[in-house]
Write a protein that binds this ligand. Structure first.
Ligand SMILES: Cc1cc2nc3c(=O)[nH]c(=O)nc-3n(C[C@H](O)[C@H](O)[C@H](O)COP(=O)(O)OP(=O)(O)OC[C@H]3O[C@@H](n4cnc5c(N)ncnc54)[C@H](O)[C@@H]3O)c2cc1C
Length: 428
């Protein structure tokens, strides 16, 4: 039987292993942590369940819905209609802002609507170019000034000219003319976008998905950190000193880390690895006494004076707190590999209080978490860098799969499907 190793037991690695078994292959799955799930983990503390960062499940494809049914967890997931907002200009307006300007002060609403109408007269700039040009051509000056520039600059820790719009795909809906007008008048009512509805476990947090998949993966080895790869020998070395050889290695760990741990990456790919840019997400989870302060599932916060770009209210979508309490999550972006600024959590608490979302004395517990890398920063050099690296690893039987190994912007559903796809490709 071919020796297949899966590196990482996040959703991609677990899905790959789950699907490989259908082809009669039982891979070894090496996971550094003592728990599965990667970015889709839930941590428990003082009776609260905190997802590492906000994670809501969108299943747009029949195959992934079938998988969830097959895993027997469909009834443990609640389907919810998204309630998301944008906290800006002293108010909260529903998401997406481009079709919900009606809650904004009249002068700003006018600026947004006029800008969007002027933009419609120009051709749309390509997504492969600077995000600033693409966003201006799609949404106009008002919406860019208010939301698209400050929000994305905060998220990607870079100027809007310094990254491309190559990631926007299904994530940023394009409004029709009548939707813009209805949105300014408060008439727009239809659900919009890939995440208009989502699923979330009724209780216990998002870990349900990974935990259930893991029950079908007998070759799982937790607490197994891979320290080095030797491509020529097709062998990897664990932190314990143990060495394992592969015929096929399915790598789901971040591509930047994979390059660092590879001893004999040729000079061309080694240079390509220096072009991978990303930000890390640091997340402050709070367990708080009392009911949630708002009805939304999450709020986007574009203004630069607040350190966070998003606030989540997980108690509005699942049972994750003891009776009489709720949870809040506050996400901040920092350049990958760098620590959060020392005063950041104090500033976050100040910001939450200013927005009327928290009273400090009600905090029952707090937990900081980090996903690094969190978001890939797209630029003109990225595509060729990733394809150079993909080829170099493929030559040694290493397949890159999932969000961070493929260095892309994608969701949990994609991770499940990426795992299924790579399993099919490497199966005998
Ligand atoms: C802030 C944020 C919010 C998100 N929100 C959503 C959302 O709401 N909905 C949604 O669908 N998706 C969301 N996503 C995307 C989702 O998290 C990813 O698509 C998915 O988790 C990718 O899974 P993966 O298995 O590819 O990677 P990972 O989850 O990173 O798995 C990789 C695994 O490899 C392990 N590993 C790393 N290094 C080593 C090593 N040296 N040795 C052994 N093991 C190692 C890690 O511990 C990890 O378990 C979000 C992502 C972020 C960053």
């Amino acid at each position: 039987m071919r020796k297949v190793i899966v590196l990482g037991a996040g959703l991609t690695g677990l899905s790959a292993a789950f699907h490989l078994r259908r082809y009669g292959v039982d891979p070894v799955v090496l996971e550094r942590e003592e728990v599965v799930g990667g970015a889709c983990r839930t941590l428990e503390q003082d009776g609260f369940a905190f997802d590492l960062t906000g994670h809501l499940l969108h299943l747009g494809r029949e195959e992934s819905r079938r998988l969830v049914t097959e895993l027997g967890i469909a009834r443990r997931l609640r389907s919810l209609a998204r309630r998301a907002g944008i906290a800006v200009a002293g108010t909260v307006t529903p998401y997406p802002i481009q079709i919900n300007t009606h809650r904004l002060p009249p002068a700003i609403r006018r600026e947004c609507l006029l800008g969007a109408l002027v933009a419609r007269e120009q051709p749309e700039a390509p997504q492969s170019g600077p995000f600033a040009d693409w966003a201006l051509s799609r949404f106009g000056e008002g919406l860019c000034r208010l939301f698209f520039f400050p929000y994305n600059q905060k998220l990607f820790c870079a100027e809007a000219r310094d990254f491309t719009a190559a990631w926007v795909g299904r994530f940023v809906p394009r409004p029709r003319l009548e939707d813009l007008v209805d949105g300014a008048l408060g008439l727009f009512r239809q659900p919009v976008g890939y995440n208009a509805t989502f699923l979330y476990p009724r209780q216990g947090g998002i870990r349900l998905l990974a935990d259930t998949l893991a029950q079908h993966v007998p070759g799982l080895r937790l607490g197994s950190t891979v320290r080095r790869l030797h491509l020529r020998e097709r062998a990897l070395e664990l932190a314990s000193g143990e060495t394992l050889g592969w015929e096929t290695l399915i790598a789901t760990v971040p591509l930047s880390h994979l390059c660092r741990m590879t001893d004999d990456l040729p000079p061309g790919p080694r240079a390509a690895a220096t072009r991978l840019r990303a930000v890390a997400v640091v997340n402050l989870n709070l367990g708080v006494e009392g009911p949630p302060p708002r009805r939304e599932h999450w709020l986007y916060v574009p203004e630069a004076r607040f350190p966070f770009y998003r606030i989540g209210f997980p108690s509005n979508h699942g049972k994750v707190a003891p009776p009489g309490c709720h949870t809040l999550s506050v996400e901040v972006s920092v350049p990958a590999g760098t620590p959060a600024p020392p005063d950041v959590w104090g500033r976050c608490l100040d910001g939450l209080e200013e927005l009327g979302l928290l009273r400090r004395e009600r905090i029952a517990t707090r937990l900081e978490a980090r996903v690094d890398p969190g978001y890939v920063v797209f630029d003109a050099a990225l595509e060729s860098a990733v394809s150079t690296l993909r080829e170099a690893f493929a030559a040694a039987g290493v397949r890159l799969a999932g969000r961070w190994a493929s260095w892309k912007y994608s969701a949990m559903e994609d991770a499940l499907l990426d795992g299924a796809k790579v399993a099919e490709e490497v199966a005998p």
